[in-house]
Design a protein around this ligand. Structure first.
Ligand SMILES: Cc1cc2nc3c(=O)[nH]c(=O)nc-3n(C[C@H](O)[C@H](O)[C@H](O)COP(=O)(O)OP(=O)(O)OC[C@H]3O[C@@H](n4cnc5c(N)ncnc54)[C@H](O)[C@@H]3O)c2cc1C
Length: 806
């Protein structure tokens, strides 16, 4: 066994082997995989191993398609069979919402060159004569859908990696992982030790136990999961072609051909957790006793759809464990604060995603950043706030609604409330409908009746009108928006300015009371973040960024060593904030403070420490609404006092609380981008109009990468689109993000955010389009159908910024 390696992968399931394979593909041959038992010993060996390309997240869909196309290549490359059957998959829609989901997927598939398209019921019946298509509204066909052989695939990855120099040791459990003073790791097994730069935890069912060896706690929880295989079915035996698989997700089961019978699996309502306290170390190629009663309801749905299921006997039942994260997406990425430790755990559709996950993991390790924005897979989306109770509640919700549609704007209730701020109860009494942001409850809109919940769908929902009223109130008078969910940091010390200048791309404000906007640049030169930095004192700065990205951004901040005597402190819990905006915001706030808020005393983009209603706050004259306004940041203890004063004084002026959904609409009216939508490491500064904030006359984090991409022509450009009103009114739907954009039927871009602009009376979308010129006509695929739209030259709200500066 080697004693040194560039990376040591722990776990020889499909994921560990894929990571090993992709590391070698990117040129790292000095890599080792350690497996405690045989390869495939965890969830891998008993999987149904269906493969699908469909996913509600566009990048995940692209990576699933990559995975599906990889298996045949892998067979050719290694000579190891992967048991690939690709008879296609039929996706059935029984509801209008499912139809919208599938049509949107088909439009995305067209944009990205993936095969997923509509077929008629007659065509579907010809492909699968055993299916009863009653009640089906539309059918999509994915010709590459099917299934693989779990052990064949795992061994093919392993063989491919070995052929490029990797070492694999079976029956070699890792018992200790210990970080050394120089940041490297020593991985200990009964067969010896290996020193390495990277430890990769791909221990599947034992992800928690392996993480614990390094002092890490991961929000993971295993469950049981069952499928069964029927005896031979005569109609299938008589066929010379394999049947496509059936994705009847409204029926909450999956179904495909296995041998000469059918395989049916289900995510039942009456689900069962397993090994909550920890996965037993002596568990390997084991299964649980059958419990088909639990999945009876789902099986009845399957029988209704494919009557032969009910007529055939049961040949084999598999009841095995799988391990989940709170949102059923993989927890992957290098651990912020623990150099050289990479996690890749909690994978549910391992066979649909193994290639994509392996590729992203290897790029992250070897090249410092994956080529796609994979924030929905990044473990940094959770932190210690994701407690065990929360994880369990969310996993139950994910499991029991595995095939439910994830609607745009949907907020699931499970495990909440988890983190609340002092005014939570008050907001609730005001009718706030909350969303989850980095574990915090955050008001999205205010309903007339407290206790109201969102309805969900791809069309305009119950919040659409009330959000419009909030927007109009703010634009006509003023609104009070809780912005406590923004991430806040303080940087203090003699070298604070120098350090911030070394991190961020823009010049830091040179005088006290000034603020600047600045991008943070990623390893590939894209936008890793956007921040507002305010100089509070000669040696003190307040930095405001995206709340959901706080842990993600930690990775960047820690790349630039803090000078001695300078501190960088996360203040998100200790501070709360409000944005008071609108034409009467000055009048409202002036009633609460002696500090003059007139423009000559308090111009745009300036800040002051002021006292408002007896509360000390940092006031910044900025507003994401694009209107006249101030951000007020105070101590969390003072949030209630400040809110009370703002509401009371606001009421006299006809102003009141405004939620996050209204803020989304208001910022789109102004054309402002937002992190994770318009700003992501996938987009280059000049594509999003932030190049003017990259100061190439100084050094900053990843400056060379920024210089390199800035030298290249834009691939596409961020634009604001106005959707044809009649068409959106007919569909009763606005763009929400993710919709493809076509020009004369050819894919030219995609939407990143969309909303109705209530104060301008326009349905709007921000998105990326190739070679876009103002006035160009394009089609935006709202609900998967073309809706005419025009590229706007300027934002429809206050293009000259007069309101901001008034
Ligand atoms: C019944 C069932 C049906 C499924 N059907 C499908 C499907 O149709 N399609 C699909 O895509 N997915 C399916 N899955 C899910 C799929 O099986 C998983 O996503 C996948 O197997 C996860 O692989 P993994 O490599 O992450 O984990 P695992 O397979 O659990 O592998 C982890 C490996 O790490 C090893 N290990 C653990 N600790 C140590 C240590 N200390 N030292 C060394 N080695 C260690 C283990 O022995 C094990 O081999 C199904 C799962 C179940 C249970």
């Amino acid at each position: 066994m080697r004693t040194q390696a560039q990376a040591v992968v722990i776990g020889g399931g499909v994921i560990g082997c894929s990571i090993l394979y992709h590391l070698t593909k990117l040129g790292w041959s000095d890599v080792v995989l350690l497996e405690r038992d045989e390869l495939t010993s965890g969830s891998t060996w008993h999987a149904a191993a269906n493969i699908h390309g469909l996913h509600d997240n566009t990048n995940i869909s692209r990576l699933q398609h990559y995975t599906m196309s990889l298996y045949k290549e892998l067979e050719q490359e290694t000579g190891q069979g992967c048991g690939v059957y690709q008879p296609g998959s039929l996706y059935l829609a029984q509801t209008e919402a499912r139809e919208h989901q599938l049509r949107l997927q088909a439009a995305k598939a067209k944009l990205y060159g993936m095969k997923f398209y509509e077929i008629t019921i007659e065509e579907a019946r010809a492909l699968h004569p055993l299916v009863n298509f009653g009640g089906v509204r539309c059918v999509m066909y994915e010709p590459e859908g099917g299934n693989v052989d779990p052990s064949g695939v795992t061994n093919a990855y392993a063989l491919g990696a070995r052929q490029r120099g990797a070492e694999i040791h079976r029956f070699t459990p890792v018992t200790v992982t210990e970080q050394q003073d120089d940041g490297s790791w020593v991985v200990t097994t009964p067969k010896g030790e290996i020193r390495t730069q990277w430890v990769v935890n791909a221990a599947g069912l034992w992800g928690r136990e392996v993480a614990a060896l390094a002092g890490i706690e991961l929000p993971l929880m295993p469950t049981e999961h069952q499928y069964f295989v029927t005896e031979t079915i005569a109609e299938i035996q008589a066929r010379d072609r394999r049947l496509p698989s059936v994705s009847d997700r409204d029926g909450e089961y999956y179904l495909r051909q296995e041998g000469e019978g059918l395989l049916i699996g289900a995510y039942e309502k009456n689900m069962k957790f397993w090994a909550e306290e920890g996965t037993p170390l002596d568990f390997a190629h084991d299964l649980f006793p059958d419990d088909l009663e639990r999945i009876e309801e789902n099986v009845m749905n399957a029988i209704e759809r494919v009557p032969s299921v009910g007529e055939a006997g049961i040949k084999r039942v598999i009841n095995g464990p799988m391990i989940w994260s709170p949102d059923a997406n993989v927890l992957m990425g290098p651990l912020p604060k623990l150099e050289g430790y990479f996690c890749c755990n909690g994978i549910i559709p391992g066979f649909s995603q193994s290639g994509g996950i392996g590729l992203m993991a290897a790029q992250w390790i070897v090249e410092g950043e994956p080529e796609y924005d994979v924030f929905p897979w990044d473990l940094a989306r959770f932190d210690s706030w994701a407690t065990r109770d929360f994880t369990k509640a969310r996993v139950e919700d994910q499991y029991t609604r595995r095939f439910a549609i994830h609607f745009p704007n949907e907020e699931r209730a499970a495990g909440r409330p988890l983190r609340t701020r002092p005014i939570y109860e008050q907001q609730k009494a005001l009718g706030a409908v909350f969303g989850l942001n980095a574990g915090w409850e955050h008001p999205l809109w205010f309903a007339e009746r407290p206790g109201t919940q969102d309805t969900n769908g791809f069309t305009r929902q119950n919040w659409w009108q009330p959000v419009g009223e909030e927007c109009r109130m703010l634009r006509e008078r003023a609104g009070i928006i809780d912005i406590s969910n923004f991430a806040k940091y303080l940087c203090k010390g003699p070298d604070a300015e120098a350090w911030l200048n070394a991190v961020f791309a823009n010049h830091m404000p040179r005088s006290v009371g000034r603020s600047c906007l600045t991008p943070l640049i990623g390893r590939r030169g894209g936008i890793a973040g956007d921040f507002t930095v305010t100089r509070l004192a000669e040696d003190e700065f307040l930095i405001i960024g995206s709340g959901m990205a706080e842990r993600y951004h930690k990775r960047f901040f820690q790349q630039v060593p803090l000078p001695e005597g300078t501190q960088f402190i996360a203040m998100t819990e200790a501070m709360c904030g409000f944005n008071v905006a609108g034409p009467l915001s000055r009048a409202l706030l002036q009633k609460l403070t002696d500090t003059s808020l007139e423009t000559e005393d308090f111009p745009f983009m300036r800040s002051k420490r002021i006292s408002l209603a007896g509360v000390e706050a940092v006031a910044l004259r900025v507003s994401f609404t694009g209107d006249l306004g101030w951000e007020l940041h105070c101590r969390t203890e003072d949030q209630a006092q400040l809110y009370k004063a703002l509401l009371k004084t606001g009421a006299d002026l006809g102003a009141g609380p405004v939620g996050g959904r209204a803020l989304m609409s208001l910022r789109i009216e102004k054309g402002y981008g937002s992190w994770s939508r318009e700003y992501s490491p996938e987009y280059w500064p000049h594509e999003v109009g932030l190049d003017r904030l990259c100061k190439m006359d100084k050094d900053f984090l990843n400056r060379a990468a920024a210089a390199e991409v800035l030298d290249r022509p834009k691939r596409e450009q961020l634009v604001l689109l106005h959707l044809d009103e009649e068409e959106v009114a007919r569909s009763n739907a606005d763009a929400t993000g993710g919709e493809p954009i076509f020009r004369n039927g050819h894919g030219v871009g995609h939407v990143t955010s969309g909303a109705y602009g209530y104060s301008v009376g326009m349905s709007l979308a921000l998105g990326f389009v190739c070679n876009a010129q103002p006035g160009d006509r394009v089609e935006v695929m709202v609900l998967g159908k073309p809706h005419g739209a025009t590229v706007l030259a300027d934002p429809p709200f206050d293009a000259e910024g007069r309101r901001l500066r008034k």
